[in-house]
Design a protein around this ligand. Structure first.
Ligand code: 1GP
Length: 241
């Protein structure tokens, strides 16, 4: 079956780098979606992620519907909470915050979401989510009440990622947090990539084409960018097809 995850795997095998643009329902209005997505469609973007840490109920559903009407790119939920689940999307990153020790974000919210997920056709992609310190408190830190892993604990970060893989997770996401002052360091990406057999996602604080290329060169398979596009849509010009 041609699933979104299988497509990610085959891109990784073929050395094709992927880019997800993150749209936060809290920061995007329905009226602006059309123009935003038309720029995105002309760029090297391969996936659209939708989600955020603090989102109004129901806004995800309407937003995803609008996004889908403007693009053929896969739309993947990147939910901060159960109420952000909508079957209008194609897939969901089933995120377990394995850097933290808050059981709600390790397994609790997942249990709460099962009855909702069973009513959808979403492709569920198990993802080990690792929050790493980035120079300022992130929304993820605030909402989940967990501490990010120190940037210099590289071995611990790599072991956490590997433990996620050994638990059967299909993706590892190294997160510096939205709007991070420091994105994930090249050294962390290089070391994590060496150890992992599953695809590696990197996001948080990536603001320029140079940052993007650096992350790819270090071993990121899929990079997520949100804030840079929210602040200045002309960034799309730099990453035109
Ligand atoms: C946040 O990794 C994403 O969850 C994207 O971060 O908004 O800093 O690009 P930015």
């Amino acid at each position: 079956m041609d699933t979104i995850y299988n497509n990610i795997l085959s891109s990784v095998l073929n050395g094709k780098k992927l880019l997800a643009v993150l749209i936060d329902p809290d920061k995007m209005t329905i009226e602006k979606v059309g123009a935003f997505i038309s720029k995105l469609n002309q760029s090297i973007t391969t996936h659209v992620f939708v989600g955020g840490s603090t989102v109004d109920e129901n806004s995800t559903d309407l937003l995803v519907e609008e996004i889908k009407s403007h693009t053929k790119l896969p739309v993947i939920l990147f939910p901060g909470d159960v109420y952000q689940i909508t079957d209008k999307a194609d897939a969901i990153l089933f995120l377990s915050l394995i850097s933290g020790r808050n059981s709600e974000y390790l397994i609790g919210k997942h249990i709460d979401s099962v009855s909702k997920l069973k009513k959808t056709n979403l492709e569920v992609i198990s993802t080990g989510y690792i929050l790493i310190e980035s120079g300022k408190e992130s929304a993820v830190e605030r909402v989940t009440g967990t501490s990010p892993m120190p940037r210099n604990s590289i071995q611990k970060i790599v072991d956490t990622a590997k433990a996620g893989e050994l638990l059967g997770m299909k993706l590892i996401y190294l997160e510096a947090g939205s709007g991070a002052l420091n994105s994930i360091s090249n050294k962390i990406i290089v070391e994590a990539k060496k150890e992992l057999k599953i695809p590696l996602i990197v996001g948080g604080g990536i603001r320029t084409k140079e940052d993007l290329d650096e992350a790819y060169k270090s071993g990121a398979d899929l990079v997520v960018i949100g804030t840079a596009f929210e602040e200045d849509e002309s960034f799309f010009k730099e990453i035109k097809k």
